[in-house]
Design a protein around this ligand. Structure first.
Ligand code: G4P
Length: 535
């Protein structure tokens, strides 16, 4: 493959994450993307005719049986010449770091919002991470077929809460039972909503200028026309100008209205979105190097490790985002942190319904490889000749702590192995008291759910049960190297160490952090986060 062909393959890739608060319609929207990409054969909505329902749910059932859920993976499909990688973010009520890491692998994000509910807590958290990475955010306001909040209120809320500009690409005409469709502001077209079609036919937009009152009256009726003209006028006057650079910098979010369940607004969304979002973006590597996707050497970083994708095989998959070049199944690559050259075994991609073994992949793609326990989150895999090391994935400081203690001393080994492996995946943080063994482990998590996951995984994968004692700590700081914690005045503070012997202090709250600093003149404590990446 020559450079031109490589560049063309990479150029047509679009890799984005889809984020939302649970129940806003993320799964439904993802399904519909796949539907339009021709990946799912079933036409019609999930809640459509019985036959349709079966087609989609059977497919979901199949995924479930294989232990892979549509909601936990990465999917690739083709649409209109583009090769699209969707990264689904787990939508637990509880905060999960996994979601944050997934966003590291995306070049843009699609935020789904329930039109009746507006911004919800999970949306807020996810948005913050997207903003931290300055990735472009496209908003899909869903469920217009139900009663919705006033569209102006919705966009106001987005701007106020997130501190970004919005640019409604289209504007809803009514909502709930009175939902008539959307008006495409730039193309001057109306996309009429007909509940009856249920996505069976592709909708044809009707060209219609906002000033053409006669035609509008015919299409949506006089009352809705009057409201629409007034609102569009207001919008044209009030909203920011469309600015592609601002979109790309994550400062302006194009907003679309629609109804995922009814396949309404999906196609226009895809068309605009694919045009506006970028192809694979360069990434920074250590030594202040910027690696461009079209460079001819292969490089990738691991952003997610998932164990037990398939219960029967006990497999562990490391997901990596390809940053540059082309991946070839038959080549050997360097696992930088492991210091070894290896052939990636069973490289696979989720091709909509299938988990397929692949021969090649390109920058922008996500591949999953079998992991015999060698990879950690943030690791780099690359051509041995052109060694690069990607800047690690930031860790989030744990906010909840507990001590877990093994019950059965005969299972000491399994307990230690399980805790270590799950920590290595990045699902939890573990610490021990200085100079003690692994019988009592301090576990730090960001969300309560991680404790539940830990308990069930330890039981099912390692056959170990443990006792858990919740702790009141909520803050953690690292003691800089060279400072001996024994020399510090510590009051109501717990001193623990990680597996590398680095020292940390656990505090009940921020007041105790300040108090410790006051009691130890000259002491500087480090935040938990960027500096704690695997070395
Ligand atoms: P999530 O992945 O963000 O958690 O949401 P999901 O797609 O599962 O959708 C949550 C619920 O909202 C589902 O209903 C889904 O059918 C419904 N929904 C999604 N998009 C729309 C829409 O445009 N309009 C309407 N009216 N509903 C929508 P459910 O009853 O919880 O599940 P199900 O029985 O439909 O599977």
């Amino acid at each position: 493959m020559n450079q031109q062909q490589l560049a063309a393959e990479i150029d047509r890739r679009r890799t984005f994450a889809i984020i939302s608060h649970p129940d806003a319609g993320k799964t439904t929207l993802t399904e519909k993307f796949l539907l339009y990409g021709g990946a799912i054969q079933s036409a019609g909505s999930v809640k459509g005719k019985q036959s349709d329902h079966h087609a989609v749910s059977d497919w979901m059932e199949m995924e479930k049986k294989r232990g892979i859920s549509i909601t936990s993976s990465v999917m690739q499909f083709e649409y209109d010449g583009y090769c699209i990688n969707i990264l689904d973010t787990p939508g637990h009520q509880d905060f999960s770091e996994d979601t944050y890491r997934t966003l590291m692998a995306a070049d843009s994000a699609v935020m789904v919002i329930d039109a009746a509910k507006g911004i919800e807590p999970q949306t807020r958290k996810l948005f913050k991470v997207c903003a931290m990475r300055h990735i472009p955010i496209f908003t899909f306001i869903n469920k217009l077929d139900r009663d919705a909040q006033d569209p102006f209120d919705l966009i106001d809320e987005l701007e106020r809460e997130f501190g970004i500009g919005t640019y409604p690409m289209n504007w809803p005409i009514g909502c709930g039972v009175g939902f008539k469709g959307v008006y495409d502001r730039d193309a001057h077209r109306i996309l009429a909503f007909a509940d009856a079609h249920r996505g069976r036919d592709r909708l044809t937009a009707i060209e219609c200028d906002i000033t053409d009152t006669a035609k509008l009256d015919e299409l949506i009726g006089q009352t809705d026309r009057e409201v629409l003209t007034e609102q569009v006028e207001l919008l044209d006057g009030a909203s920011a100008d469309f600015d592609m650079d601002a979109v790309r910098a994550g400062k302006l979010s194009p907003v679309f209205f629609g109804s995922a369940l009814n396949n309404f607004g999906i196609e226009t969304f895809l068309e605009h979105f694919l045009r506006m979002t970028t192809g694979p973006l360069p990434r920074r590597a250590e030594g202040d190097i910027k690696v461009e996707p079209t460079e001819d050497h292969f490089s990738a970083f691991v952003f997610k490790i998932q164990a037990n994708m398939n219960k029967a095989h006990r497999d562990r998959i490391a997901f990596m985002r390809i940053v540059s070049g082309r991946f070839d199944r038959n080549s050997e690559y360097l696992h930088v942190q492991g210091g070894r050259t290896l052939k990636l075994s069973q490289p696979q991609q989720m091709m909509a319904q299938e988990r397929a073994v692949i021969d090649e992949a390109y920058a922008g793609d996500i591949i999953g490889v079998f992991d015999p326990g060698i990879f950690s989150i943030g690791d780099t895999v690359c051509d041995a000749k052109t060694r690069v090391v990607y800047e690690g994935i930031p860790y989030f400081a744990p906010e909840r702590f507990a001590v877990v203690e093994q019950i059965d001393s005969m299972k000491r080994k399994q307990f230690a192995k399980g805790m270590n492996q799950i920590a290595q995946e990045g699902a939890i943080r573990i610490f021990i008291e200085p100079d003690s063994g692994m019988e009592r482990v301090y576990v730090g998590v960001v969300g309560e759910l991680q404790f539940d996951v830990l308990e069930s995984r330890m039981k099912s994968e390692y056959g170990v049960e443990y006792r858990k004692y919740p702790l009141a700590y909520s803050a953690i700081r690292r003691v800089p190297d060279g400072v001996d914690p024994k020399s510090l005045h510590l009051f109501e503070v717990k001193w623990v160490q990680d597996f590398r012997g680095k020292n940390y202090l656990l505090f009940n709250n921020e007041w105790h952090v300040d108090n410790t600093l006051r009691n130890n003149e000259g002491l500087v404590l480090e935040e938990y986060g960027r500096d704690q990446q695997e070395e």
